[in-house]
Structure formats: C-alpha cells, structure tokens
Design a protein around this ligand. Structure first.
Ligand code: SF4
Length: 351
C-alpha cells in the first residue's frame, strides 16, 4: 500500500490512496515537502521527495495550472505538468533544469510518476470541476524513462483516475523510447499525444541548443510513426528565442519550418496532419536566451502563413510568468527545478 503523506498540506483534505508496488521492490512513499502558489490559486508548484527500492532519494516537482475562464480564451482545464526524472541528463542550452543547483538525482519510478497525478488532482481539483489534462513536460525526457512512464499511465487509466488526455513531450533523441510509447498507447481510450520539441528546422542550429546525435529527419520518422500508429497528430513545439549570436526566429527559419511541416510522412510517405504550437521564450536568470521582439515574432508568423502553414496555435508564454527574481519563481516551462533547493532546505529545517 502506498500512502501519500503531506508535510504541509494546502488544505486538510484526504489524498487519493494508491495500491501499487513498483516491480521488484518495495513501495516508496512520496512525501509532499512543499507547495507554492502563484497568481492567486491559478498556479501551484508541488515538490515531492521519495526513495527507490535501493534507498536512493529523489526530489521532484509537479506544476498545476488552472485555466478557468481566463481572458485568453483558453478552454477551462486543469493542467498537470509531471516530471519523469529528478533533474535531467540532457543539457538543452535554453533550459533551467540541467543548471539547477539540485542537479540530476535519478529517473523516477512508475509509482512516483503516478503519485504526482493523483495527489495533484486530490489537492487541486478534487471535485473534478475542471477536466484534468496531464503533460509529461516537467523535469526529464520522458522517452528516456519509457519503462516507468508506460506502466504509470496504464495504471492511472486502469484505476479510472479522471484524466481527459495526456501529452508526452520529447526532444526526440530516444528512438526506442518513442516507438515503445507509440506501441503501448496505440489502442488507448484516453488520448496519449506526442509533442516534439523541434524549436528550429535546421540541424546545425538545433544542435547548438539541443545536444544529441539524431538528425531532424531521423526524429521525424519516429514522430510520424507515432502519429500513424496512435491516430493522434503530433504537436510541433517551437519556442522563439535568441541570444547575441543565435536566433531561431529569422525569415529563413520560418521558411524551413513551413517546408518541414508540409512534407509527407517520413514514416509512410503518406500525407500527414501536423500541428504547430508556438510561444516566446520565458527568460531564465543566468541564461543568455531572450524572446525576439514582437515585430520579429509577427514576421515569423506571417512568413509561415505565406508559405502555407495555416494552423498555428500561439501562446503568450509557457506556464505562468512569475517573477523569478524575487524568489517565488520557477513555475514556467523548464523552471520547475530552479527554486527547489529552497523547498528542500525548508523541509530539512522543519525536521
Ligand atoms: S528541455 Fe527537457 S530534455 Fe532538455 S534539458 Fe530541459 S528537461 Fe531535459
């Protein structure tokens, strides 16, 4: 029996109890060591700690965002941003996770992944007033940990935990992981979608911001296969960003992106639907990246449209824009881990 314990519950509510033991080991006990709120009740960062069967600790974060009736017209929902690792071994240049003081501890077990969903629903949306939308977009590269991601999601579905859909984010480096996920969720009643963090449709430029060995063309084969096996169109994520020496927001970048998105399937050669999700970079203290100015962003979108891309979903930012400089930051995409050291220190001090 796994129980979810609360050191500092936001409210005195019972949490969902799971009955599950990780394969080959004893049950871990995820402990919520801190909850931080932002933008009223809209955003919440929950920090967990637990131990694997070898006794190795992990501290990891979950984001919860309520999009209920805000001015942007986003449909009412409860976004749960789940981590699949405590930290990350990939070293994307624009991401706060690999640079966070806490560092990489380990991949999370299936129970630890699952507990983030159940306890966040219990804490934040117990009456299911909002549909729960789960994104595996926190710390870690989910296909690197497919052996735990798959049983975690399957068990959530078997237990009828109220989830509307799941989106798994990837930078595309693990072909084995992406293909295993596609095969596992081909027949799923609850949609499990893939989001490919492409960012730029040029191999040399992409290599500057995302380390790895695979070309965009090799990754496209796997993500197109995912779409065809599962019947779920893949979302292509592009965050517009620049430094003094790098940009992914030039007119040439927009033309290359438009061309890539309109190519037939790299897997089957058939026509294929691809969705584009775009946002501007959320600045992270200590990193050189920034959002291109509005004029550059508008020209990028216009160029995409002029070159045949009609379906573009744009976001103001990823996550909630919290002031990272006053110490309450860390809710926006890639930033969940940035301030977790503080939560750990506070938890230790209260023992
Ligand atoms: S963007 Fe994702 S894969 Fe890259 S370092 Fe950050 S958490 Fe890891």
């Amino acid at each position: 029996m796994l129980s979810i314990l609360m050191a500092q519950p936001a409210e005195n509510r019972p949490l969902i109890q799971l009955t599950k033991v990780d394969k080959g080991g004893s049950a871990t006990t995820p402990l919520v060591i801190s909850t931080e709120f932002a933008d009223g009740d809209r955003g919440c960062k929950i920090v967990f700690r637990s131990y694997d069967k070898l006794g190795k600790p992990a501290t990891y974060e979950t984001g919860s965002f309520k999009d209920n009736g805000n001015a942007s017209g986003v449909k009412d929902k409860h976004d749960i941003c789940v981590s699949t690792a405590a930290g990350c071994t990939r070293n994307c240049g624009f991401c706060a996770v690999p640079k966070a003081e806490l560092g990489f501890e380990r991949l999370l077990t299936s129970t630890e992944i699952e507990a983030q969903v159940t306890s966040t629903i219990s804490l934040r949306n117990k009456d299911n007033a909002l549909p729960n939308v789960v994104g595996l977009m926190g710390n870690g590269e989910p296909p690197d940990n497919y052996k735990n991601v798959i049983p975690a999601l399957q068990h959530l579905f078997e237990q009828h935990v109220p989830i509307d859909r799941v989106t798994i984010s990837t930078i595309g480096e693990s072909s084995k992981g992406i293909n295993a996920l596609a095969d596992a969720f081909a027949e799923s009643d609850i949609p499990v979608k893939l989001q490919f963090s492409l960012h730029v449709a040029n191999n040399a430029k992409r290599r500057e911001i995302i380390p790895g060995k695979r070309t965009i063309e090799e990754i496209m084969y796997d993500v197109d296969r995912y779409a065809e096996v599962t019947g779920q169109p893949v979302k292509f994520n592009v965050v517009l960003m620049e430094t003094d020496t790098f940009t992914n927001a030039s007119v040439e970048d927009a033309i290359a992106l438009a061309s890539l998105l309109q190519q037939p399937s790299f897997f089957s050669g058939k026509p294929i639907a691809r969705r584009l999700k775009m946002s501007a970079y959320n600045p992270i203290p200590g990193l050189p990246f920034r959002a291109p100015n509005q004029e550059t962003r508008d020209l990028f979108v216009k160029t995409l449209r002029d070159h045949g891309v009609s379906e573009i979903k744009t976001f103001k930012g990823s996550g909630i824009d919290i002031d990272s400089e006053n110490g309450t930051g860390g809710f926006a995409c890639g930033q969940l881990r940035a301030t977790t050291r503080r939560a750990v220190d506070q938890s230790e001090a209260q023992k």
